[in-house]
Design a protein around this ligand. Structure first.
Ligand code: HEM
Length: 154
């Protein structure tokens, strides 16, 4: 019973986290390429509010993932277990501080070299997390397919 609920919650939380960070990334690139300073501030403020969605969804995806995986540590599960601490550390140590700094600079109207340097770091860290989470989605589907195929064969 419990694994069935976790099997539903886990990919939902994972996808939500993935789509949230993808939205942060694409809206940042779009508004900085095309938008006014006021529009950039709006996006930067929206991203801070969006953390209310991103942080819990990643925590839930990670916790349910480790629970579903249990003690197994080989193949795609091992890869997913290895990636998750990077995803979390990247988020906590780089993405959140960058998002706070960028919102503050934008609110102060300071769009100088520091803003764009921090922005570059945030975009690279964000793209890294999008890629790592994409790999976790790919491996997740592989594992579910493998489990279902084994059940049909049995
Ligand atoms: C952001 C991180 C993660 C994302 C986006 C993610 C995404 C997914 C997705 C999309 C599936 C397929 C579910 C389905 O076919 O219905 C899945 C399955 C799975 N994931 Fe993750 N995952 C993440 C982290 C983790 C972590 C850290 C672990 C722990 C090792 C993990 C363990 C599993 C397991 C064991 C399954 C197979 C569930 C089953 O038995 O069907 N995941 N994941």
């Amino acid at each position: 019973m419990l694994p069935q609920i976790l099997r539903r919650i886990h990919p939902a939380a994972g996808f939500l986290g993935f789509l949230t960070i993808l939205t942060f990334w694409t809206s940042t690139v779009a508004v900085e390429a095309l938008g006014s300073h006021q529009a950039i501030l709006a996006v930067k403020t929206g991203i801070l509010w969006g953390m209310i969605v991103l942080i819990p969804s990643l925590a839930v995806a990670g916790a349910t993932g480790f629970k579903l995986a249990g003690p197994i540590s080989k193949g795609p599960v091992a890869a997913k277990k290895r990636r998750m601490p990077f995803i979390a550390a990247n988020g906590i140590l780089i993405l959140i501080p960058c998002a706070v700094a960028l919102q503050r600079l934008a609110a102060a109207g300071d769009f100088g070299a520091i803003f764009y340097a921090v922005q570059a770091v945030e975009l690279i860290a964000g793209a890294t997390n999008i890629a790592l989470m994409g790999l976790n989605i790919r491996d997740g589907f592989r594992m579910t397919r493998g489990r279902l195929a084994a059940r049909v064969a049995a």
